[in-house]
Ligand binder design. Sequence first.
Ligand code: NAP
Length: 297
Amino acid sequence: MHSNLQGVRVAVVGGDAREIILVSELSRLGMKVQVAGLPVQDSHNNIKVYQSISDAFKDAQAVILPVPGINKDGTVYSIFNDKPMELNEKILVALPAGTPVFAGFARERLVNMIKRCNLRLIEVLKRDDVAIYNSIPSAEGAVQMAMEATPITIHGSSSFVLGFGRTGATLARLLQGMGARVTVAARRDVHLARAYEMGMKPLKFQLLQDHINEADIIFNTVPALVLTNLLLSKASKEVVIIDLASPPGGTDFDAAERLGIKALLAPGLPGKVAPKTAGQILAKIILRLLAEELNHK
Ligand code: NAP
């Protein structure tokens, strides 16, 4: 399927367990993978390990950065590397103009550097299909956290899912499949209609405050402060909140603590609970995009 990628030289720098899977998938397809900042070995001709980003970038036709790209201080996100690896314009400008640079998502600093160096940034997590694939391990991870944090079963629980986008819909279905009584709080009528069709209880977001006391577990997927002090004060003291929205989440965690409510922020679930699946998802998408990118040249 990706035979046209055979022999293509790609740099993979930094990352976590997901990128290790990615490297093995790329090399399995016959690509030349130049790695820095990951504990992989020069096992055969297809993988070469380098000590610096510049060396790994040499002659690369594409660059794959980790899912979170670079940290705020400009170093590449890399959980295995003790020595921080800085990614700067001096290093990037050595790549030929138009070289595709993949990342899960990019902070402003990375976006600007890539623009100034005339490279092509591809943020894979911004894609709908990737978000839907990733919602599977995210939902499983959220349920796992809820099971560990509550003294009750998911089965028979009153579980509220806030937001019915890509993650919320998958999570609501998983909970329902486990026998939970699922309430979906959403602001769009189309989402409420779909939740109803799926046998869940639809709840207009504005009415959440009148029903929040019914929840045993609340899963938040809304990336905005929705679980405010006011709402939390109306919830049961025994409720458990699993907040999946990207940091800082959608919960007033200080208020939750004051009220004695257990609220957990749950970032990066795919990489934590299913790094192999998450790595395979990345590999599948990046391979397809890479084939498109390189064929257009
Ligand atoms: P999504 O498809 O855009 O869904 C977001 C949902 O939130 C939509 O239903 C949206 O409703 C709703 N929403 C947004 N702002 C709202 C507001 N102010 N009030 C009420 N509802 C609001 O996003 P997603 O892919 O599901 O991701 C959701 C969040 O989870 C993001 O922050 C994402 O980064 C994070 N995430 C985390 C993990 C993890 O491992 N923890 C994994 C995947 C995703 P409308 O359609 O009406 O806008």
